[in-house]
Design a protein around this ligand. Sequence first.
Ligand code: NAD
Length: 362
Amino acid sequence: MSLFDHVEFDNHEQINYVCDPESGLKAIIAVHNTHLGPSLGGTRMYPYASEDDALTDVLRLSRGMTYKSAMARLPLGGGKSVIIGDPKTQKTPELLHAFGRYLERLGGIYIAAEDSGTSVPDMKIVHETTSYVTGYHEKVDKDGTTKSGDPSPATAYGCFLGIQAAVKHQLKRDDLSGLTVGMQGLGNVGYRMAKMLAQAGAKLVVTDVNTEVLKQAEQELGATVVGLDEIYRQKMDIFAPCALGATVNPATLKELDVSIIAGSANNQLDTAETGRLLHERGICYAPDYVINAGGIIDVCFETLGAYDSDKVNAHIEGIHDTLMEIFERSARENIPASDLADTIARERLAKGETTLEYRRTA
Ligand code: NAD
């Protein structure tokens, strides 16, 4: 199949295949759209079974970034990169330096950040050969306090607010007390969300491949631990996918009996058709790229060199209002929330509506 006919192609502006035999780098850098600003999205490192799998992943993710930033009214376009390889054994400073040199050649139409398989320290190494990378600066707040470049706390905060919005709309409640949330994945985002949910009085049912983190959640948050496949069968009000993509699909929907699906994972639905199934079944779905935009909002302020946590939090709090607008319109116009989100994001993209101005710093 030709690239232009790829089912996920969606008019990408540019797709770069890069290879550096000396360091073993093999990567794809996808630039979906730069209408609102330079494309920004994380660098995922994963041992993809095939080049086709890597291409499909990067195309879906970079398009998602265009929609995510447009929806959050950020002056950024959508892009993403994938490095094909095992981050545990193949990630070396030489490989990250080679990757940085390719980013430099692209001249800033794509800006990288950390993602699955890469970290803040990795982005610091990439920065040694390019300035087109973000998400690693120590952020200095207006009161002089600093925090790391990790966007996960901001993502978790946005997701927590998104769950509150879904509960308000679907269950007509202003609090989470006594509601059960099934959490799939307790990583950088998931664990922080779990803490906020527990503090708000929610009961947690959790699963993860990492047994250490499960023990911690049991002891610290009073969570009930279940097996990886058991999570779908639990009696719960909210299912929060915070690990992998495509875990909401016709097979898991046969088991899931929930009112709300709202979590941090990217590409939660296996296909657009699943979004329609959710709507038919009356399940309130918080579209993934809307609810998980806290991280890109945080990184955007970092990239603009205008970090101020009050402003960042105020922007993240907009996620609640955007989701309420989607839920209400979805009910009123009888359109699946997932389809409606795409329509609103395309409208915002076409109008070029952003609340910040892009001004590159270092
Ligand atoms: P992470 O790697 O820190 O956490 C993922 C967790 O999922 C880990 O604890 C891992 O052990 C667990 N996991 C892996 N396979 C699993 C399985 N089969 N079942 C259950 N758990 C499993 O990643 P993260 O930064 O917390 O991100 C979580 C999700 O949110 C990802 O899909 C990511 O793309 C998305 N996301 C993250 C951010 C961010 O700021 N970090 C922003 C937007 C979206």
